[in-house]
Design a protein around this ligand. Structure first.
Ligand code: NAP
Ligand code: ZN
Length: 351
């Protein structure tokens, strides 16, 4: 079994350090990919620091599920990819392919879904290791086509931040004449703004960071509200068809329920471990709904990537060498990134 270079954490409080991990030789249906860029998702941080009680972290942990790379080798039965082509890998690397969820293109809900990191790996007997690595081997069903016209560093975050925001916006039927709020202008939030705008909606950003107001407009928001300012919040009462909440920490949802119009929907994609308080009356008056949304299936991910190719949409990234991972995590916690870190994996190859 060949080894790959990677960065891992050994415990919830350890820094990232260089390591080697096993990667299988491609089986007949596998695609071997040289990782070129990998985005840093806040989920990577939650998982590396064991912040999710429902999904305990197995150490060592190699996160990374926003992967763009180049195919280096394919298994004998692979039909969709050949060596030399660009390829993407998101949060999923396998599923049973036969259950009702898989048949409905919701592989993320398959009982046998294998996530890109921290999932049991039947090939190695360990857990899966993600994209903070120089290579990865993935079943071809989970490999995405990358539009040829996009910047690769900015394309990597589409594989999680992109699909996670695209999917609920589409499910809620966001289009022109709809008013959409996006809460939190981070990695997910800034993609939510770009997509809602490209789909024709009137877009309002809710942010805690006054220094992001100008950027919010540049990214596509028609209006911006500072969420700590009650006056700015009340201005939008009863007006939204949908609000997409991307916040990674516990916060008060009540002002967002108040922002919804009758039958409006608040979708949570942000995933803090602690439970949010949900006041019943804030939902009952107005037939409002609260939903969650988990990434998206493979077909929807390809649709989103194709849309990005057509509309020239990528993530705004700060490209970093992998040696800056620990620093990047501290900055992510302070919302100090515009608006996604993308690791240039050439820095790992050079080590
Ligand atoms: P991120 O880049 O850190 O962005 C989160 C944003 O939330 C921050 O930029 C900040 O925006 C806001 N925020 C942070 N702390 C806050 C607080 N205490 N109160 C109010 N706002 C706060 O993170 P991300 O990568 O976009 O991920 C966001 C969340 O989505 C994470 O919990 C992640 O695990 C989750 N996630 C879920 C899925 C899914 O499938 N559902 C997929 C990927 C990620 P402002 O500065 O604008 O206020
Ligand atoms: Zn993610």
């Amino acid at each position: 079994m060949p080894n790959a270079k990677a960065y891992s954490v050994a415990s919830a409080t350890s820094p990232f350090t260089r390591t080697t991990i096993p990667r299988r030789d491609p089986t007949p249906h596998d695609v071997q990919i040289e990782v070129l860029f990998c985005g840093i998702c806040h989920s990577d941080l939650h998982q590396a620091r064991n912040e999710w009680s429902a999904m305990p972290t197995v150490y060592p942990c190699v996160p990374g599920h926003e992967i763009v790379g180049r195919v280096t080798k394919v298994g004998s039965a692979v039909t969709r990819f050949t060596a030399g082509e660009l390829a993407g890998v998101g949060c999923l690397v396998d599923s049973d392919g036969t259950c009702p969820e898989c048949k409905a293109h919701y592989e993320q809900f398959c009982p046998g879904a294998v996530y890109t990191y921290n999932s049991p790996d039947k090939h190695t007997g360990r857990v899966t290791y993600g994209g903070y690595s120089d290579s990865i081997v993935v079943n071809e069903r989970f490999v995405l086509r990358i539009p040829p016209n996009l910047d690769l560093a900015g394309t990597a975050p589409l594989l999680c931040a992109g699909i996670t925001t695209w999917s609920p916006l589409r499910r809620q039927g966001v289009t022109k004449n709809k008013k959409v709020g996006v809460v939190g202008l981070g990695g997910l939030g800034h993609m939510g703004v770009k997509f809602a705008r490209a789909l024709g909606a009137h877009v309002v950003v809710f942010t805690t960071s006054t220094f992001k107001v100008e950027d919010a407009h540049r990214l596509g928001a028609h209006e911006v509200a500072i969420s700590k300012n009650a006056k700015e919040m009340s201005k939008h009462a009863g007006s939204f068809d949908m609000i997409l909440d991307t916040v990674s920490a516990l916060h008060d949802l009540t002002p967002y329920f108040a922002g919804l119009k009758r039958d409006g929907n608040l979708t949570l994609v942000g995933a803090p471990d602690q439970p949010h308080a949900v006041p019943a009356f804030a939902l009952i008056f107005g037939n409002k709904s609260l939903s969650g949304s988990l990434i998206g299936g493979i077909q929807a991910t390809q649709e989103m990537l194709d849309f990005c190719g057509e509309h020239r949409i990528t993530s705004d990234v700060e490209v970093i060498p992998i040696q800056k991972l620990n620093e990047a995590y501290e900055r992510l916690l302070k919302s100090d990134v515009k608006y996604r870190f993308s690791i240039d994996m050439a820095s790992l190859k050079a080590e």
